[in-house]
Ligand binder design. Structure first.
Ligand code: NAI
Length: 466
């Protein structure tokens, strides 16, 4: 059988320790893959001025599959996240994070078996942020119909392959009516095309409560990026913590498997790291490649190790990385998995899931300009005329709270005001330019957003009437 070449990114922090452990276990299990080492991490910035060298992206694109150990991302500044860059560059649109109770790991629940499918490109991870005024920072949260449908479709297809029953959409569409509303609508459209599977939806806050009280009720969950990131750490906690939570980033042409946890700088270089999450990510990768015999054998050896009581410190044991790795290797011989029961490469499996590109079916819908939100810098309530050209002042808000029309509430006002101007007529670009030219010069505007209606649907009528 020819060997599949897989890119291996050792990362930084505990990355090199845990990737060496996975390599050793794969080699002991005779897994038919060839590793191609590639670099990424904090040290690459010092060495090459770039945390993610182009050669690494080329290697993943060439091999189509990678196993990635964690890499450090500075908080509140510094370079962009390497993970986010990999996901975006290769359009790895679905992040699949299974959470399953493991033997020998004592947690509050022993019956968790769910899979999170997280939209992996959009949401606040677009990284579109601005310091609007000295007091106000803004992040744009982008949700698209195609991105939401891609993630949903992957969740349903995967549910079929994994013989799951129910796919649940997680959202906050009661508050984020447009963004999460679009995510939910897209999910529901996709759900209609999978009549063999049950579908439902739940608010993210309720989900969190339900997860820590009755996690067994959930099967497959599909979430926008940020909610998915947070909920999957919560789910990791349900089954033993970050040290045991695997994941895979799946696209049309490539897939990158990585643990949910980060580079754990607090224990890096001490030989204490738990390699299990990266190992289980490797197992997920083997199933993706259809190498189910090797995946099942390694997973069973890991389970036998845990049952025998050998665990790393994060799981309440006292084994170090080396001892834990060697215990798994010695259990490989004790597994009951027989090669004869498997095909060399399984022909059904996650890698066989093909998600066709989403056509932009809405792109040519009628789209009419009806107003403008103009964000202005002001210390105190701005004094604005009732109308400028064809536009009328219909609302002012500060920190998202409406402060005009009506009585000015006694609340903290910061130095950025959103002023909504609308018109009963359909507007042109020239009307907006005319408006901006005539806007009171004493106010600096920092951001504008045009308001459109979709066909006959008045998207802003509610806010206009507020
Ligand atoms: P972290 O996941 O690295 O660590 C959180 C806690 O869990 C620490 O106490 C750590 O010691 C422990 N832990 C994590 N993995 C462990 C393992 N395998 N074995 C034993 N204990 C483990 O999260 P943190 O500290 O918030 O982030 C550290 C760095 O990692 C940051 O720069 C962050 O941006 C980055 N990061 C990278 C990810 C990736 O490359 N996929 C994912 C998440 C964070």
């Amino acid at each position: 059988m020819s060997k599949q070449t897989v890119t291996l990114i050792k990362g930084d922090g505990i990355g090199p320790e845990i990737s060496a452990a996975v390599k050793e276990i794969f080699s002991a299990a005779n897994v038919p893959i060839e590793w191609e080492d590639a670099e990424a991490g904090l040290y690459c910035i010092e060495r090459y001025g770039n945390g993610l060298p182009q050669e690494t992206l080329d290697s993943i694109a060439r091999n189509k599959v990678a196993l990635k150990a964690p890499t450090t991302t500075p908080i509140g500044g510094g370079h962009k996240s390497i993970n986010v860059t990999i996901r975006k560059s290769l359009d790895l649109f679905a992040n699949v994070r299974p959470s399953k109770s493991l033997p020998g790991i004592k947690t509050r629940f022993d019956n968790v078996d769910l899979i999170i499918v997280r939209e992996n490109i959009e949401d606040t991870y677009g990284g579109i942020e601005h310091q609007q005024t000295p007091e106000v920072a803004q992040a744009l949260r982008l949700i698209t119909r195609s991105g939401s449908r891609n993630a949903s479709r992957y969740a349903f297809e995967m549910a079929r392959v994994e013989e799951r029953k129910t796919v649940t959409c997680v959202h906050k569409a009661n508050i984020q009516k447009m963004t999460d509303g679009l995510f939910l609508r897209s999910f529901q459209e996709v759900a209609e095309t999978y009549p063999d599977l049950k579908s439902n939806d739940i608010l993210i806050d309720n989900l969190c409560m339900q997860l820590v009280t009755r996690p067994e009720q959930f099967d497959v969950l599909v979430l926008p990026n940020l909610f998915g990131d947070i909920a999957s750490d919560l789910c990791a906690g349900l089954v033993g913590g970050l040290g045991v939570a695997p994941g895979g980033n799946i696209g049309r042409d490539a897939a990158v498997f990585e643990a949910v946890h980060g580079s754990a700088p607090d224990i890096a270089g001490k030989g204490l790291a738990n390699p299990m999450a990266l190992l289980l990510s490797g197992v997920q990768m083997l199933r993706y490649l259809g190498l189910n015999y090797y995946a099942d054998r390694i997973e069973q050896a890991l389970r036998l190790t845990l049952v025998s009581g050998i665990k790393t410190r994060d799981l309440g044991g006292n084994a170090n990385t080396r001892e834990f790795t060697h215990a798994i290797i010695s259990e490989l011989g004790a597994t009951s998995i027989a090669k004869a029961d498997y095909n060399e490469v399984d022909t059904v499996g996650p890698s066989k899931i093909i998600i066709p590109p989403e056509p932009l079916t809405q792109a040519n819908k009628p789209w009419t300009l009806v107003g403008i939100d103009i964000f202005i810098q002001s210390n105190g309530m701005p004094q604005l005329p009732q109308s400028i050209g064809k536009l009328k002042l219909s609302m002012i808000s500060n920190r998202g709270t409406k402060i005009y029309p009506g009585i000015l509430p006694d609340i903290l006002l910061v130095d950025c005001f959103r002023c909504r101007w609308t018109s009963s007529e359909v507007l042109s670009n020239d009307d907006i330019l005319d408006f901006l030219n005539n806007f009171p010069k004493e106010y600096t505007w920092v951001h504008i957003e045009k308001l459109h209606n979709e066909g006959e649907t008045p998207m802003y009528s509610k806010a206009q009437g507020e």
